[in-house]
Design a protein around this ligand. Structure first.
Ligand code: KG4
Ligand code: ZN
Length: 339
């Protein structure tokens, strides 16, 4: 079964062809970073317009890359939510129209389900059940995953998502959008002993997160300093240490309460080197393992949508012809996929 995946929920146009027998055949991505950089963040209207411009040319490139004709496609999966409504509508309209024209089924996929199944595209995928830490620009979730579609929320952020906290703190330090990777790079040169920021909510039970206070701690530290590269790096390092430590403590708790030893880490912040190292150590110490998507599939991409779409389309799920998106869509409300 050959599935076309279309991701347009935010600032990346991602397309992929996933074949159930041969695996990932091709993927193509256009990032809008340059477009939004001068505004310091994603401008939703510009994002939608750019998806309109880029999706079809990227689709042609995808078929060329895969050396496959469009009539070989057996189903279309597009991101239905959560995300920016205009951006989602572009992918949904194009996905549904292509499926209509090719006379194949189409299905709207949950963006975070895409992220959490992304490690399934790797040579050694995790077995179910596992605990998934999903850390992106819009979400910070800890989920117990029993099967595709069987998701039990263990913890979530009560305010900013981890990626959002990275981006806001980076902006405070004067770093260009998107701040997360820039802050992480700068933190490599920082002194980890100069500042210590709080580890929010680690002193109380449970697996929920709160990151907005960390951003404030960074603001207070930064306010009294000269804006030198050294000061920038030291604040960045303290912030990164605090986020990584907090996430590691909560992941440890989630593994303990579920009595599981497999941890999946996905979403843009999953590309963070220190977080990856720390969680690897944590899982190994518990006699388990941590699973990541390859770096390019930590952030938004079409491959994860094609894969998640395949799992559901192969089980007979499909949407009717209406073009509908869900900018807000709780992950634990998805139907299960058995088999
Ligand atoms: O999953 P993603 O591509 O988009 C959403 O669905 O939100 O995640 C993007 C987020 C951004 O907040 C970005 O700053 C953050 O992931 N990010 C990072 C790193 N790479 C991306 N944060 C920390 N360290 C990184 N290396
Ligand atoms: Zn994402």
């Amino acid at each position: 079964m050959l599935i076309l995946g279309i991701e347009t929920s935010c600032d990346e146009t991602g397309l992929a062809l996933y074949d159930s027998a041969r695996g990932l055949l091709a993927h193509a991505l256009h990032s809008q970073i340059a477009l939004h950089a001068e505004y310091g963040g994603v401008v939703p209207e510009l994002a939608s317009r750019d998806h309109v411009r880029k999706t079809l040319p990227l689709l042609r490139e995808l078929f060329r890359q895969a050396d496959t004709p469009p009539d070989a496609v057996d189903g279309v999966a597009y991101t239905r939510g959560p995300g920016l409504i205009g951006a989602l509508l572009v992918g949904a309209a194009i996905g549904r129209s292509l499926a209509w024209a090719w006379n194949v089924p189409a299905l709207g996929v949950h963006h975070m389900e895409g992220h959490l199944l992304a490690p399934m595209l790797e040579p050694e995928p995790p077995n179910f059940p596992f605990v998934a830490l999903l850390v992106s620009g819009g979400h910070s979730l800890l989920v117990r995953v029993d099967e595709v579609g069987c998701y039990h929320l263990i913890g979530e952020s009560l305010d900013d998502a981890a990626g959002e906290a990275f981006d806001k703190t980076a902006k405070l330090l004067g770093l260009p959008y998107p701040g997360g990777p820039a802050l992480a790079k700068l933190a490599e040169q920082g002194d980890p002993r100069r500042f210590t920021f709080p580890r929010p909510m680690t002193d109380r039970p449970g697996c929920n997160f709160s990151f907005s206070g960390l951003k404030t701690a960074a603001l207070h530290a930064w306010r009294g300093l000269e804006p030198t590269p050294e000061n920038q790096a030291d604040v960045a390092r303290a912030f990164e240490e605090a986020v990584v430590d907090t996430l590691a403590i909560k992941c440890g708790r989630a593994l303990q309460t579920t009595e599981l030893d497999r941890l999946v880490v996905a979403g843009g912040v999953g590309a963070n080197r220190r977080l990856r190292e720390r969680l690897r150590e944590l899982a190994v110490a518990r006699g388990g393992r941590v699973y990541y998507p390859r770096l390019e599939f930590c952030t938004d991409n079409g491959a994860m949508i094609a894969y998640a779409g395949w799992r559901r389309l192969a089980a007979g799920q499909r949407d009717d012809a209406a073009i509908e998106v869900l900018p807000r869509w709780p992950l634990d409300q998805l139907p299960a996929v058995l088999g």
